[in-house]
Design a binder for this molecule. Structure first.
Ligand SMILES: *Cc1c(COP(=O)(O)O)cnc(C)c1O
Length: 393
């Protein structure tokens, strides 16, 4: 047997960091310990459960305040938010959009909803997200910058945008990505679905993209049941985001007049009520999540053959989902470990199957994906619910 890795030691390390004994531990659970009941009851009592109501406005205000953007627009889910972000920056049928190979399928799906083509880019070990320098070298090889934009020399298609994603809440290296997007005339859209509460160089993620997307799905840092938001610092784009996600109706007391094809992507008031209550608890969630990450970091410091993924220097992460990386020699052990941990009631799972390995995206253009390929074989997510970080206090 190879020296250096022992699956039961890894499992013991996880259990040491967790407060609970002999109980099933899920990957990520929501917690409702604030004003959720009160606010939802108010919706039911007043009848304002659906597409308008004070909680939608309040949630949007509080989100903008928390993230530091000029405008937040609440929508039905993160995928819809991404779809509209891409539409707003002008992604058109036949365009290519640069997106990570290692991401949740929604990123690539949203590109496809615009009848555009995802073009997959590699990640880096430091952030688990897009490697800006490797991307820069790649574009130097394949991209032509013309007056009308950036064109892929190999496919002839326009490359309209780049969508970095903050993997498991860890910010990508945004400054060099902004530089590349300017040099190549690409619109920057942040998939910030996982990074509510994560900061890059002191500023909240979602502030670098022309528009950015958040998700409040049940497994995210805060949840509205299902939900998402579009963030932007461009007031007119913010207005347009609200308009296009609310059926593009011109406000009037009785007339139904719509001035473009809009979407019914509104977040219902009852979900926004949940969101308002969850936002109040967000700072506490993040403190506990960071405390849990710190315990993991300590225990995994002692374990050979495996590294706990920690935020890079420029980031302050929400540690939405904690991750460990098996050393190169031991990545063959991944499935054995997953089998053992899940059987023992400690929920763990691998990274997403890379996008270009899914049937609908298998023919999409892509760069060399060595790092993403390696991360796919060695990355394991471990239990990360915020309450797990509070119980040792
Ligand atoms: C969760 C998530 C989304 C989509 O969010 P939904 O609210 O589930 O539609 C998009 N991108 C990434 C990276 C996500 O993790």
């Amino acid at each position: 047997m190879k020296k250096g890795i022992d699956n039961s030691k890894i499992l013991d390390a996880i259990k040491t960091a967790l407060p609970l004994e002999n109980k099933f531990v899920s990957l990520h659970e929501p917690r409702f310990e604030g004003n959720e009941w009160t606010y939802v009851k108010e919706c039911l009592d007043t009848g304002w459960v659906s597409s308008v109501g004070k909680f939608v406005d309040l949630f949007e205000e509080k989100l903008a305040e928390y993230t530091g953007v000029k405008r937040a627009v609440a929508v039905v889910n993160g995928t819809a938010a991404l779809h509209i972000c891409l539409t707003l920056v002008g992604v058109e049928p036949g365009d290519e959009v640069l997106a990570p190979a290692m991401t949740f399928v929604a990123t690539a799906n949203a590109i496809t909803y615009c009848r555009a083509v995802p073009h997959f880019v590699d990640g880096e070990e430091k952030t688990l997200g897009t490697d800006p320098y490797k991307l820069g070298d790649y574009l130097k090889e394949i991209a032509d910058v013309r007056l009308e934009g950036c064109f892929n020399r190999l496919t002839g298609r326009r490359i309209k945008a780049v969508v970095p994603m903050h993997t498991f809440g860890h910010p990508v290296d945004l400054d060099p990505l902004v530089e590349i997007s300017e040099r190549y005339k690409l619109e920057l859209v942040e998939d910030a679905a996982e990074s509510l509460g994560s900061y890059y160089k002191g500023m909240h993620t979602g502030n670098w993209g022309k528009v950015s997307a958040l998700s409040f799905n049940g497994n995210k840092v805060i949840t509205t049941g299902g939900g998402g938001a579009i963030l932007t610092n461009d007031e007119s784009l913010g207005k347009l985001a609200k308009h296009i996600t609310t059926t593009a109706k011109i406000p009037h007391r009785w007339a139904f007049y719509h001035d473009m094809v809009g979407y019914n992507y509104r977040l219902p008031n009852i979900n926004a009520a949940l969101g308002c209550a969850q936002l109040e608890q967000l700072p506490g969630f993040i403190t506990r999540k960071r405390a849990l990450a710190e315990r993991y970091r300590e225990v995994f410091g002692q374990i050979e053959g495996v590294t706990f993924f920690a935020e890079p220097d420029f980031a302050r992460s929400n540690y939405w989902l904690n991750a460990i990386l098996l050393d190169k020699d031991f990545s063959g052990e991944r499935d054995n470990f997953l089998e053992m941990a899940n059987s023992a009631g400690v929920m763990t799972r691998p990274a997403w199957t890379l996008m270009h390995k899914l049937p609908m995206f298998s023919t999409c253009p892509r760069m060399n994906l060595d790092v993403a390929e390696r991360l796919e074989t060695c990355l394991i997510n471990i239990p990360s619910s915020s309450f797990l970080g509070g119980l040792h206090e």
